[in-house]
Design a protein around this ligand. Structure first.
Ligand SMILES: *[C@@H]1O[C@H](CO)[C@@H](O)[C@H](O)[C@H]1NC(C)=O
Ligand SMILES: *[C@@H]1O[C@H](CO)[C@@H](O)[C@H](O)[C@H]1NC(C)=O
Length: 253
């Protein structure tokens, strides 16, 4: 009888230490990070596979985030990425909506990285919401498909290929959600122009839209014009480069 009690106690002890390690990962809110492909590609230059670029916001990742930005959970313990866990349908959707624009890499390597860095922590932080690798990716797609950022902006007359201001971008989403600062914007400077490259959309752990906590700031500045570039701008640029090189070669002949 005593032996039984002790083994029960031991079992409980093992159980509780197990729970402890599983509970170590926590997060305050979730960021859905989106890429603006024409701007992002301008920022990475030659590294960009421009054939994949369209005027549509695409997914960068879904990130469990802490109000104390510096200590966000990352690379938590978890199973390695394995595309065999993802259905063919899911993989097709990922290819369309979560592409890797880097020529030297692949879509799968991008998903692998996002899973290892953020997905493993999402699963450990909230197993009910993210019970599996497949759930992590499909919930991200669901969220992405719920809010069409491309059309929210065009509906407010902010079209690809135009120049705007951070205040315009922010107020578009404030009006849409009836809540301020739900999205922060990131910019990259190229030839003295400021291109929007990505945005971070703040959600509570139950996926309701929230105002981003104060630690989450825009990298774009309010004081200068921001280029919401279009694929056509990039093509023009390449065409220009091509013509320039062609003229150069003709000169040399
Ligand atoms: C969003 O809307 C645009 C048109 O504004 C459309 O082309 C696109 O397929 C829609 N969906 C996504 C996920 O961007
Ligand atoms: C979701 O989270 C928000 C913010 O934490 C909270 O206000 C809201 O009540 C929650 N909604 C549900 C359905 O639990």
């Amino acid at each position: 009888m005593i032996g039984c009690k002790y083994s029960l106690l031991l079992l409980l002890l093992i159980q509780s230490t197990h729970l402890c390690t599983a509970d170590e990962v926590s997060y305050d809110y979730i960021v859905l990070a989106l890429t603006w492909p024409p701007g992002f590609c301008t920022s990475i230059g030659n590294e960009c596979d421009s054939s994949k670029v369209r005027n549509i916001w695409t997914i960068h990742g879904l990130w469990p985030t802490l109000k104390q930005q510096t200590s966000n959970p990352a690379f938590c313990d978890g199973e390695p990425f394995n595309s065999n866990y993802l259905s063919a349908k899911l993989l097709n959707q990922l290819t369309a909506s979560w592409p890797n624009y880097k020529q030297s890499s692949t879509d799968e390597l991008f998903w692998n990285y996002e899973w290892s860095k953020h997905g493993t922590c999402a699963v450990q932080g909230d197993y009910d919401t993210f019970p599996s690798q497949s759930a992590y990716f499909s919930r991200t797609l669901e969220l992405y498909n719920t809010y069409n950022f491309s059309s929210i902006l065009t509906n407010n007359d902010i079209y690809p290929g135009s120049t705007t201001f951070l205040s315009e971008l922010k107020s578009t989403f404030s009006r849409f959600f009836g809540l301020s600062n739900t999205v922060t914007f990131q910019c990259s400077t190229h030839n003295n122009r400021h291109y929007v490259t990505s945005c971070h959309f703040c959600l509570s752990s139950n996926f309701s839209v929230i105002s981003c906590p104060s630690g989450k700031t825009d990298s774009c500045q309010y004081s200068y014009p921001i280029v919401y570039s279009s694929r056509a701008d990039m093509v023009d640029c390449y065409l220009f480069l091509f013509m320039f090189l062609l003229l150069f070669v003709i000169e040399m002949l």
